[in-house]
Design a protein around this ligand. Structure first.
Ligand code: ASP
Length: 302
């Protein structure tokens, strides 16, 4: 069995392109990274790679990570500024047993040492959108690209890449390059990855939480729903209104599912016997609801 799942509608093009390669025997890691790179290179996608919307000072700072599920090896970069393909640096770091996560100037120096192309990340379109958002004092939302892949040889991998929150404070790092929060993969169970406001996602360590729920026997959809709901409710109990949280899950059998606490999320997926398709996600709990979630009614004022 092979399978691949990606976040947001724009991952469909990469799934259409790379599902046949998984079917032909390509590896999980190569496929997840190639899919993420395709979206990084698509300038129309303004939340990742070239064309990503910059931080508050007009500079693009990218985050990316990969993880393979056999030996649990990780490669991640954060605050990556001079190369539009952070996923390639993250992939290369997996082969460096000594380090899991590089940030800022060190991450950029690592990319240079690999000979990765040093190119401007900021496009004219992203700059224009940034100016508009700045005038409106608005963040544009969160659309990290995450791919989870299962190859025919029963290996699993995850690749995530993002320009993070638009207009973020320089130096801000979200959940995406943080293992357990933005991503997790374990060949013995399954893989998970998240998209949404990193500051909320990392409080719930949602990707590890979902993989552990699958280990306990939940389906990918049930695991994703439990991780999103539990994190959302815990934040509400602490008096915090959760921002957007969404995630995708894939188990080692090729079953997939997703969950979100808002109405905008969709994902794309394909697997052996199932053509690439887009799946909208109904919120498991609604962060726009004005009433307290049913689970917390009766606790109000306590
Ligand atoms: N999770 C990402 C971050 O907080 C943003 C996103 O998913 O779009 O940086």
């Amino acid at each position: 069995m092979w399978a691949i799942i990606g976040t947001w509608h724009f991952s469909l093009q990469a799934i259409e392109a790379f599902a046949p390669r998984l079917a032909a025997g390509d590896g999980a890691m190569d496929t997840a990274v190639a899919a993420a790179r395709m979206i990084e290179d698509d300038e129309r996608v303004d939340s990742v790679g070239r064309g990503g919307i910059p931080n508050a000072q007009g500079e693009c700072e990218l985050d990316a990570a990969v993880m393979e599920g056999r030996a649990l090896r990780i490669g991640a970069v954060a605050g990556f500024c001079h190369c539009p393909n952070p996923i390639l640096a993250a992939r290369a770091l997996v082969d460096h047993a000594e380090y899991n996560l590089l940030c800022g100037v060190g991450a950029d120096a690592f990319a240079r040492s690999l000979g990765l192309p040093q190119q401007p990340i900021l496009t004219e379109a992203a700059l224009a959108r940034w100016q508009q958002l700045r005038q409106q004092r608005q963040d544009k939302g969160h659309d990290t690209v995450c791919f989870l892949a299962l190859s025919a040889d029963a290996r699993m991998a995850v690749a995530v890449t993002t320009s993070g929150m638009s207009l973020k404070l320089p130096g801000r790092v979200g959940d995406s390059p943080l293992v357990g929060s933005g991503f997790y993969a374990d060949d013995e169970v399954g893989a998970a990855a998240a998209t949404g406001l990193g500051e909320d996602i990392m409080k719930g360590v949602v990707s590890f939480r979902a993989v552990e729920a699958m280990r306990q026997g939940l389906s990918p959809r049930q695991a994703a729903e439990q991780a999103v709901r539990e994190t959302h409710l815990r934040l509400v109990r602490g008096g915090h209104k959760p921002d957007n949280i969404a995630m995708v899950c894939l188990d080692k059998y090729g079953n997939f599912g997703a969950a979100a606490n808002h109405r905008e999320f969709a994902y794309a997926a394909a697997r052996e016997g199932l053509a690439p398709a887009l799946y909208p996600v109904e919120p498991v709990i609604d962060n726009q609801a004005t009433a307290l979630p049913r689970e917390l009614q009766g606790l109000a004022g306590s």
